[in-house]
Design a protein around this ligand. Structure first.
Ligand SMILES: [Ca+2]
Ligand SMILES: [Ca+2]
Length: 167
């Protein structure tokens, strides 16, 4: 199961377009944070929920700044395609998101993410289940049924910034 870079671009766009409007807006990022909290049972006023909302907002603001060429508050696929999440962009706008996403999945703060929580997160983002389970198994090298939260954050970084086939 490999994903070409063109497919991955389309996939990233669709994953970010949580409300399925075919454009990216601030609403997609707010909705993603709310859905993740709901799926994982994290209260919206918990510190990890705040961190996620802020991480999502920063990600969106970075996208709006770099990709929304006509400044209409929406990023079309054409606009998204013309932009790339390079390393310096991600360091500025994506690291807080990656850290918050992986932290919120580690519900008991032991540095590990349980399989159910990993699957819950990805279902909230509309990630296909077949990819999710494959990804979990890849990250869970020892087959312990848990993934290290820092390894998952590192994966998110690669997913957005690398052209390698990751899935
Ligand atoms: Ca949308
Ligand atoms: Ca636009």
């Amino acid at each position: 199961m490999t994903v070409s870079s063109a497919e991955r671009l389309r996939m990233r766009f669709q994953l970010l377009d949580i409300d399925g409007s075919d454009t990216l807006t601030s609403a997609d990022f707010a909705l993603f944070a709310a859905r993740v909290c709901c799926v994982l049972g994290v209260p919206i006023d918990a510190p990890k929920a705040h961190a996620l909302v802020e991480g999502c907002q920063r990600f969106w603001e970075g996208l709006a700044l770099s990709a929304d060429h006509d400044h209409d508050g929406q990023i079309t696929f054409g606009e998204y395609e013309a932009f790339s999440h390079d390393r310096s962009w991600f360091a500025k706008h994506g690291e807080a998101y990656a850290a918050a996403v992986s932290a919120i999945c580690d519900l008991d703060d032991d540095g590990l993410i349980e399989r159910d929580h990993f699957i819950g997160l990805h279902s909230a983002g509309g990630f296909p289940l077949a990819y999710t389970t494959k990804l979990f198994d890849d990250l869970d090298g020892g087959g312990a049924g848990r993934v290290r939260a820092d390894a998952f954050a590192a994966f998110l970084h690669r997913f957005y910034t690398s052209d390698d086939d990751l899935l």
